[in-house]
Write a protein that binds this ligand. Structure first.
Ligand code: TTP
Ligand code: MG
Length: 358
């Protein structure tokens, strides 16, 4: 069955929320980010509204440079940039409200970041799809007084590129049969995942547009970028992307534990045990086809059966054995000293567990 995927991305999100809540700023250039500190500030721009983007300011620009752009604009008689620190909690609340609105129109919604979500629409005609996209945008505007841009396509790749196509306040519908042509004239950076490094490797081979990527064979691409990314690029350049929407962290966990023959507090022995437990847990995690985990916990049972579990939840998520080992080690270290083991007790059991998967 053909898929119909939507992607909604809020326009100048943090800055738009500030502009909405402070009408006196209406029409002025606004930057949300680090403190500019009179041009000496460290840190970067989180986002700039569209007025500030006319000054050359954008996300990730050093805040000191944004300050200089503002000073230059002032000399030309333009309004100075309003620099704001932002209120992340407020943006998260608005974000949650927007996801709730989208959920009214689609049963399958993936929140991809604080201001964007994918959603699936099924069994609809082209007209109906466009109507629903309009309704979502309208309801977001009515309830939150914020504009958004929506793209519709046969997969996540096309939907995301389409939402960016007519920003701000855009709506772009790309039909499956038009997807490949839609991409052809675009610069390679439009493909999510192509960053400066891939772009450089491509431009060294005179590949600047998405259509130029199609001049490379699958073998050529995997030779340059490795099997996984090379094959993905081969498909993406042709508008093909089969990745599913990821809707929930699965409430599942994978754990292993080992009870030792003899109680011990020998550091090398326990580290080796941790190492092999992590490896077993990780291979089960991979075999079950999961991609990411968020929480790592270890359990230590002492000789007297006192049992302590210590957990760490990663910001974002992790996907490698290396991180599992590192985090496991960080959790275990305090058991070798006063922090978790003031009486220097021996250990009879060690366990490792990971939770929350994508
Ligand atoms: P984006 O959707 O990338 O940007 P945007 O919504 O500000 O602008 P656009 O109209 O082009 O979509 O990111 C969403 C929010 O995430 C943005 O408002 C601020 C935050 N953000 C950062 O804090 N740092 C960054 O480098 C980027 C790109 C975004
Ligand atoms: Mg956005």
């Amino acid at each position: 069955m053909e898929r119909i995927i939507g992607h909604l991305d809020m326009d100048a999100f943090f800055a738009a929320v500030e502009e909405r809540d402070r009408p006196e700023l209406n029409g002025l250039p606004i930057v949300v980010g680090a403190d500019p500190d009179g041009g000496y500030g460290r840190g970067v721009v989180s986002t700039a509204n569209y007025k500030a983007r006319e000054y050359g300011i954008h996300s990730a620009l050093p805040i000191s440079r944004a300050w200089r752009f503002s000073e230059e604009a002032k000399k030309q008689g333009k309004p100075a940039v309003i620099f704001l620190r932002g209120n992340f909690k407020k943006y998260e609340e608005v974000s949650a409200n927007i996801i709730e609105i989208i959920k009214k129109y689609s049963e399958t919604v993936e929140q991809a970041s604080i201001d964007e979500a994918y959603f699936e629409l099924i069994w609809l005609s082209d007209n109906q799809v466009e109507e629903i996209a309009k309704k979502i945008k309208e309801e977001v505007y009515e309830k939150e007084k914020l504009t958004s841009s929506v793209g519709i396509g046969p997969n996540k790749l096309i939907a995301k590129i389409a939402s960016d196509f007519k920003k701000p306040d855009g709506l772009t519908v790309v039909r499956a049969e038009d997807a490949e042509k839609f991409l052809e004239p675009m610069g390679v950076r439009k493909i999510p995942g192509i960053g400066p490094k891939t772009e450089e490797a491509l431009s060294a081979r005179k590949i600047f547009l998405i259509k130029d990527i199609k001049n490379l064979s699958k073998e050529g691409l995997t030779g340059l970028f490795g099997k996984k990314w090379g094959e993905a690029l081969y498909d993406k350049a042709r508008g093909i992307d089969n990745s599913p929407l990821v809707t929930e962290w699965e409430a599942k966990s994978i754990g292993e534990q080992e009870t030792f023959q003899k109680d011990t507090i020998e550091i090398n022995f326990l580290m080796e045990s941790l190492d092999s437990l992590c490896k077993n847990v990780f291979s089960r995690f991979e075999k079950e086809g999961f991609l990411n985990f968020r929480t790592i916990s270890i359990t230590v049972r002492f000789a007297d059966f006192e049992t302590k579990t210590r957990a760490h939840t990663i910001k974002g998520s992790a996907s490698s054995l290396k991180i599992l080992l590192q985090e496991g080690m960080k959790l275990l270290m305090p058991f070798f000293d006063k922090r978790e083991n003031p009486h220097h007790k021996q250990v009879r059991l060690l366990g490792v567990r990971i939770e929350k998967f994508l």
